[in-house]
Design a protein around this ligand. Structure first.
Ligand SMILES: Cc1ncc(COP(=O)(O)O)c(C=O)c1O
Length: 402
């Protein structure tokens, strides 16, 4: 729903829900975790102050309220991805990394012949796929991604495979443009596709919408909500897992040497123990907020595209700066011929501009394959203003004496 309060006309204004940010602080590390808008902070505070109970196991009124808010969040997450509620469940965990490990560590032996990933993966995909290949004794292939981000594969590459790839790179914003074809081909070849949607969930929802992958893992903390991992998984896949991360909140009966999982509550099968209820509930508010706001009268993805282009164009004008991106994205990585990225980050920080430097957990691709020096990564979000970008470009030019 369009909210008048949120319609910022003046290009230098920040969305009012981020008015708590000091204008001298320019936070540009949104790929790591986004800023939280005030309604999300209010939702989590409301939970802690007015119904601070656990879910799934109590009959008192606070717990009942938690249960209905958590169930509503699960449903909203599945709808946000444009998926049918009858085929998918949503579970919560620590973060994207934990979600991917939870699934891969419980995939049964015998169903798959190989594991496929890509060269531009975060260590949260790269490392668990190495472990999966070892555990199941199957082959692992690391495929290339085209300049537009599509996975380059042949039908033989994906035969009976577990394919685990990101939908959006955290280095250069490349998008998995052939996601639908990849899912179709992998299914036809008897395999499954698990999507790392950590960078896609907030700003590139359109790319994910309606894609019937077998599972999606992402982090609420990268989509304007509190720190939390999200898994959206096909019921068939969750049923096929060898469940061995087990504990409270997921059983209907326990015997001396065995137990039965809750038969009708599949989402609990990936949620052993007490959950982060306030964080879960605040994710619902973040998703609602994403559908309500209209920065400069634009949809969130349109606004992100507009300011990403402003940043990309500004960076392109700086001599001696190499941009890794082929196109604008909410995440842009660069390096300078003259100043090390870590020193650059320190100089920028002195001017109030907070960006990342290093290899962003993509060691294989950036160090081993491309043999690049440390990079500077600028990642923007819905709290970012045009003024923030102008100041960043101006400061970079000054520091690089460009
Ligand atoms: C593409 C991508 N995948 C996975 C992750 C891991 O996310 P988390 O640290 O929340 O598990 C990140 C984090 O930056 C990421 O950018």
């Amino acid at each position: 729903m369009f909210s008048k309060k949120q319609d910022i006309q003046n290009t230098t204004d920040r969305l009012p829900d981020f008015s708590y940010i000091n204008n001298s602080d320019i936070y540009m590390d949104t790929s790591c975790q986004s800023m939280r808008p005030q309604p999300v902070i209010d939702a989590i505070t409301d939970y802690y102050q007015t119904y601070n109970a656990c879910g799934s196991r109590v009959k008192y009124k606070w717990g009942q309220k938690v249960d209905s808010a958590v169930e509503a969040t699960r449903e909203l997450v599945i709808s946000y991805l444009g998926l049918p509620q009858k085929e998918y469940v949503c579970s919560f965990t620590l973060n994207t990394t934990f979600g991917i490990n939870l699934i891969l560590n419980q995939l049964p032996a015998g169903d798959y012949e190989q594991v496929i990933t890509s060269e531009i993966e975060h260590n949260s995909v790269f490392l668990p796929t190495i472990e999966l290949a070892k555990r199941l004794g199957i082959n692992r292939k690391v495929l290339e991604r085209a300049d537009d981000g599509s996975l380059i594969y042949t039908k033989a590459d994906i035969n009976k495979s577990v394919v685990v790839v990101n939908a959006t790179s955290n280095i250069d914003g490349r998008l998995l443009l052939n996601i639908k074809q990849l899912i179709q081909d992998t299914h036809a070849a008897g395999g499954i596709v698990i999507i790392d949607a950590a960078q896609a969930a907030a700003h590139y929802q359109d790319l994910l919408f309606g894609c019937k992958a077998d599972a999606f893992c992402f982090s609420a903390h990268k989509m304007y909500a509190a720190s939390l991992g999200v898994i959206v998984i096909k019921k068939d896949l969750i049923r096929s897992l060898d469940k061995h991360f087990v504990g409270g909140g997921m059983v209907s009966a326990v015997r001396e040497q065995g137990y039965d999982l809750l038969p009708d509550d599949l989402s609990s099968w990936l949620e052993p123990g007490l959950q982060a209820y306030g964080e879960i509930i605040s994710l619902k508010r973040a998703i609602e907020w994403l559908s309500e706001i209209k920065p400069q009268g634009l949809k969130p993805a349109e606004y992100i595209h507009k300011i990403s282009k402003q940043l990309y164009d500004g960076l392109s004008e700086i001599p001696g700066l190499t941009i890794l991106n082929k196109q604008p994205s909410s995440v842009i990585s660069v390096y300078s011929n003259s100043i090390d990225a870590h020193r650059l980050a320190i100089f920028l920080s002195a001017a109030g501009i907070m960006v990342r430097s290093g290899y962003f957990c993509c060691h294989y691709y950036l160090i081993e394959k491309l043999q690049l020096p440390p990079l500077l990564r600028i990642s923007i979000g819905l709290h970012t203003t045009e003024d923030d970008i102008n100041k960043t470009i101006k400061t970079l030019k000054k520091v690089l004496k460009a």
